[in-house]
Design a protein around this ligand. Structure first.
Ligand code: SAM
Length: 310
């Protein structure tokens, strides 16, 4: 039920992923997943896709969907923009729901709002002709902001309407209704497609290096941060594994954040430095950078690089 981008091509094939055809419908920021359960019950013919950045919410939603016997949903843990850009087929979506997106009310945080022109441009390339986004919020100022962005994009016709009853039963809808807050709703109907290209992230072969020398103890390791043009990489911690050093790295790129396990261990050809067995992230420029950072740290501790593949 959980989509792993490293195991899927761009674009993914809904027929293969769901084992059937049918309209593909996405919910962005599904929180505890109860709206997906409602949609699944109301529209058994829809193939449901959900994106959510908060790992704890994803786990909760997975449990809920399993408990409720929902079989037509697939979840992505991460930024919806990555999912759209890297997995969803061009013109593949019939509908997108955005229920109570984070409003980022402070002026200085408005750049973080989802419903802005760049996102709407990307979305226009993944929505089918006259596909639509259904937007529900309690935040009046964000509501008007998002409508203005949709109009400014030149890609959507905006229709205001009362919120459909199912969007009023999400966790946040209940919270705001309990406080007697008004709820706002609009549909953005695709009228044109952005000419901009939104290519998927470049994937690379698995990076590794061979080094010679004595591995330092894990205790010698301290957190390392490297800010590059394409990625921010943090080597967070290291520990002694059964075969050598294991290092936990966090790799942040445009709309993708990955936790990656690296290792440096003796092998018949020297010290192998690369991704840990069973760790199969999407191999991006940032993942290569993380391996490179570990190699440099080892070089500074006296090891020599005899071969590298990145
Ligand atoms: C205010 S909550 C609303 C949750 C749910 N839709 C509801 O109505 O109860 C907003 C949710 O959007 C998620 N989120 C924010 N930005 C996101 C993004 N770019 N992609 C996917 N999920 C996102 C947050 O983690 C959070 O769970």
């Amino acid at each position: 039920m959980l989509l792993r981008p490293a195991e899927l091509p761009f674009p993914f094939s809904p027929r293969e992923v769901y084992g059937r055809g049918g309209p593909l419908v996405l919910e962005i920021g599904f929180g505890d997943g109860r709206f997906l359960v409602e949609l699944a019950r109301a529209r058994p013919d829809w193939n449901l896709l959900g994106a959510e950045v908060a790992p704890a919410s994803v786990s909760r939603a997975l449990r809920r969907l399993r408990r409720e016997g929902v079989r037509q949903a697939r979840l992505y843990r991460g930024d919806a923009r990555f999912l759209l850009r890297n997995l969803v087929p061009p013109q593949g979506l019939e509908r997108v729901y955005v229920n109570f997106p984070d409003p980022w009310p402070k002026q200085k945080h408005q750049q973080r709002r989802l419903l802005r022109v760049p996102f709407l441009e990307l979305l226009s390339t993944r929505l089918a002709a006259d596909g639509r986004l259904l937007f529900t919020t309690d935040h009046e100022e964000y509501f008007h902001f998002a409508l203005a962005e949709a109009r400014a994009s030149g890609l959507f016709a905006v229709r205001s309407a009362p919120p459909p009853p199912e969007t009023l039963r999400t966790k946040y809808a209940r919270k705001w209704l309990d406080q007697s807050k008004p709820i706002f709703h609009a549909e953005f109907v695709k009228t044109a497609e952005s000419p901009r290209e939104f290519p998927p992230v470049r994937r690379y072969p698995v990076p590794h290096a061979l080094m010679q020398g004595e591995l330092p103890p894990a205790a010698a390791f301290e957190k390392l941060v490297e800010t590059g043009p394409a990625a921010n990489v943090v080597l967070l911690e290291a520990w002694q594994g059964r075969e050598g050093l294991v290092v936990l790295a966090r790799v942040e790129e445009e709309d993708l954040a990955q936790e990656v396990l690296l290792e440096a261990r003796p092998s018949s050809k020297g010290v192998y430095v690369g991704l840990r067995a069973n760790c199969s992230p999407l191999v991006t420029a940032g993942v290569k950078q993380a391996v490179g950072l570990l190699v440099r740290w080892l070089q500074e501790r006296g090891l020599q690089t005899v071969q590298r593949s990145y």
